[in-house]
Ligand binder design. Structure first.
Ligand SMILES: Nc1nc2c(ncn2[C@@H]2O[C@H](COP(=O)(O)OP(=O)(O)OP(=O)(O)O)[C@@H](O)[C@H]2O)c(=O)[nH]1
Length: 266
């Protein structure tokens, strides 16, 4: 209420309260007007109070809606993060599973399963496009002695070192798998038997010269190898590999530290 309005009201109140004006003809009308004014003022104040609470309620409601929304959004973001992390974990887990099922855990080389798959593929390619490939079974000589003399753990470390040399020596498109204990199967793609032999002999030479350091010992190994060239249409495991195995036996029997080629049958 403005100062003028307050002054007017108190003037009216003092006029109404003055007994000198009690019989004045306008006294009753002024009093009725005054009461009406008071009622209107009270009504207005009630309305203002209602309006204030409504606005406060609306503000609070807006705030709590926002808070609810923010909470849901945060929860969804958290769920998305968990889901992303879970998916990443599954991807890594699947990769690890895939790797475990196709690689030898000791040397990290492909295992029998993987080279079996590659042999099938390579054989199909050979039949379709007339491409050649050569298999070489490489077996470390007298490996048992290393285990017997220095223990199995040292034997393991020697195998890891051998795998490292083989990996370095082969071309990118060749494949070497750990076939068994101290046996490594090489798949030399797009390679005839003579070229294959040159590769394998170079590898065996490298192996025999490679100093394998285990603790304070330096060991060396030699290897024997049997090679066979795949013939289009034949079974890679039952025929090509069998011939390479027989050639390996021959290399062992001939004194080890050498390679032998399987004769082409028929
Ligand atoms: N440390 C270690 N030794 C292994 C592993 N797998 C196989 N061997 C050993 O490799 C040796 C293979 O011995 P043999 O088959 O008799 O052959 P070798 O002593 O290499 O003799 P030749 O092949 O005839 O030259 C055995 O002593 C096996 O225990 C392995 O993962 N780690």
């Amino acid at each position: 209420m403005t100062r003028e309005a307050a002054a007017l009201l108190s003037w009216v109140e003092s006029l109404l309260a003055d007994p000198a004006h009690a019989r004045h003809p306008l006294h009753e009308a002024l009093e009725a007007l005054y009461r009406h004014h008071l009622e209107e003022k009270a009504r207005l104040e009630r309305l203002i109070t209602i309006s204030d609470s409504y606005q406060r309620y609306a503000r609070e409601d807006h705030l709590s809606t926002r808070q609810r929304y923010d909470k849901i959004r945060r929860r969804q973001e958290k769920l998305a993060r968990i889901s992303d992390g879970y998916q990443q974990l599954m991807r890594e887990h699947n990769l690890a599973l895939e790797r475990d099922s196709t690689h030898d855990p000791l040397t990290g080389l492909p295992n029998r399963r993987m080279i079996g798959i590659r042999l099938e593929e390579e054989s199909r390619r050979a039949s379709r496009h007339g491409q050649r490939y050569t298999l070489a079974m490489v077996d470390i000589d007298h490996f048992k002695r290393i285990n017997d003399r220095h223990g199995h753990e040292t034997g393991d470390r020697v195998l890891v070192a051998i795998a490292h040399v083989i990996r370095q020596e082969l071309r990118n498109y060749d494949l070497c798998a750990r076939w068994g204990g101290e046996e490594f199967l090489l798949l030399l793609t797009n390679t005839g038997i003579e070229e294959g032999r040159a590769i394998v002999d170079r590898l065996c030479q490298r192996l025999s010269r490679f100093p394998i350091v285990v603790g304070d010992m330096t060991l060396s190994v030699t290897a024997s190898a049997g090679l066979s060239e795949h013939r289009a249409g034949e079974d890679p495991l039952a025929e090509t590999l069998q011939r390479a195995d027989r050639a390996l036996l021959q290399a062992k029997r001939s004194g080890r530290n050498r390679s032998c080629i399987a004769p082409i049958p028929g």
